[in-house]
Design a protein around this ligand. Structure first.
Ligand code: IPM
Ligand code: MG
Length: 360
């Protein structure tokens, strides 16, 4: 029996609008080409929703997101909304969707197209063939821990957050990471600060205990500061990295930067039934928004991840991934990865990708 798949598209702010338009072009093409039973719907989120409805995440958007099989999320935020209080800020939309949809598993691949190694800040011999996956816990830890707050009637005033994980939260994210390692190169590095934090020591113990269930995966542990250094010194030692919400946030920015352009990298945030939200690793980039120069490949690649993980279309996902590779190998560039003035504007990238898929 065929079941309609619902895809909610939330372009958001800044370049989010532009890169999502490219992904929609590719999506429309593959729906038509493969006669897919997909229903798509676009809605406002982030700063744009705040302007229209006074909240970055209207109730209706949240409800549609809960119903969707996959959410394609562009990017949110911008200087215009920086001074708003937290519940009105565009970023709140992101955290609310993650939490309300239980998207605890954040997959952030960082891979290098060797043709682009000159765009990396690292030397070619260090970065060549880079292919790592960061599995970041996304709905717990210090981002959501209680109690939290700011106290302003004391002397001195103070603020505090709580870093907390229970064993179930650790097990479910570690399971995703162990299984990802099994499908990749069989190596998993768990990152924490077990030399300082109780929660990290506990994390290490729970992950270690699980490792006997995965004899085919080689488990190692690194302290977060060392892992940050190792990512820059010798990134190819890593296959899969698993980390808490905060450490994963930091390490995934480092990993993304190694590849030369954050404009190339997709991400997936999944619940336990593999419904998910898919977004590029880059933000709304207000400095280049509206200029038609953003790189939409991360968003198109995020669409590919959605097809793979949530929409049951692995073959089509493979085709898109191959097309992106061929796009780069054929010498097409966007401004962020160009060496000269020879690059495509954002609005012409999808067309090229579609052409490559058609010829493929
Ligand atoms: C990310 C971002 C977000 C985070 C911000 C925008 C709230 O940095 O997705 O990595 O910290 O999770
Ligand atoms: Mg981040």
């Amino acid at each position: 029996m065929l079941m309609t798949k619902n895809i909610l598209i939330l372009p958001g702010d800044g370049v989010g609008q532009e890169v999502t338009a490219s992904a929609i072009e590719v999506l429309d093409f593959i729906i038509k080409e493969n006669k897919l039973d997909f229903l798509t719907k676009s809605m406002s989120v982030g700063g744009q929703a705040y302007e229209e409805f006074g909240t970055p995440i209207p109730e209706e958007v949240l409800n549609e997101a809960k119903k969707a099989d996959a959410v394609l999320f562009g990017a949110v935020g911008g200087p215009k909304w920086d001074d708003l209080e937290w519940d009105k800020r565009p970023e709140n939309a992101l955290l609310t969707i993650r939490k309300e949809l239980n998207l605890f598993a954040n997959l952030r691949p960082a891979f290098l197209f060797n043709e682009l190694s000159n765009a990396s800040p690292l030397k070619e011999e260090i970065i060549k063939n880079l292919d790592i996956l960061i599995v970041r816990e996304l709905t717990g830890g210090i981002y959501f821990g209680e109690p939290r707050g700011v106290i302003i009637d004391q002397n001195p005033n103070y603020a505090f957050n709580t870093m907390v994980y229970n064993e179930d939260e650790i097990r479910r994210i570690a399971k995703v990471a162990f299984e990802a390692a099994q499908k990749r190169n069989g190596k998993l590095c768990s990152v924490e600060k077990a030399n300082v934090l109780e929660v990290s020591k506990f994390w290490r113990a729970v992950v270690s205990e699980m490792s006997s269930d995965y004899p085919d995966v080689q488990l190692t542990h690194q302290l977060a500061d060392n892992a940050a250094m190792q990512l820059v010194l010798n990134p190819n030692q890593f296959d899969v990295i698993v980390a808490s919400n905060l450490f994963g946030d930091i390490l995934s920015d480092i990993a993304a930067t190694l590849t030369g352009s954050i404009g190339m990298l997709p991400s997936a945030s999944l619940d336990s039934t593999f419904k998910g939200m898919y977004e590029p690793c880059h933000g709304s980039a207000p400095d280049i928004a509206g200029q038609n120069i953003a790189n939409p490949l991360a968003m198109i690649s995020s669409l590919s991840m959605a097809l793979r993980y949530s929409l049951n279309q692995e073959n089509i996902s493979d085709k898109i991934d191959r097309a992106i590779k061929e796009f780069i190998q054929s010498g097409y560039r966007t401004k962020d990865i160009a060496v000269d003035d020879n690059y495509l504007p954002t609005s012409e990238v999808a067309e090229k990708i579609i052409e490559i898929i058609k010829n493929g």
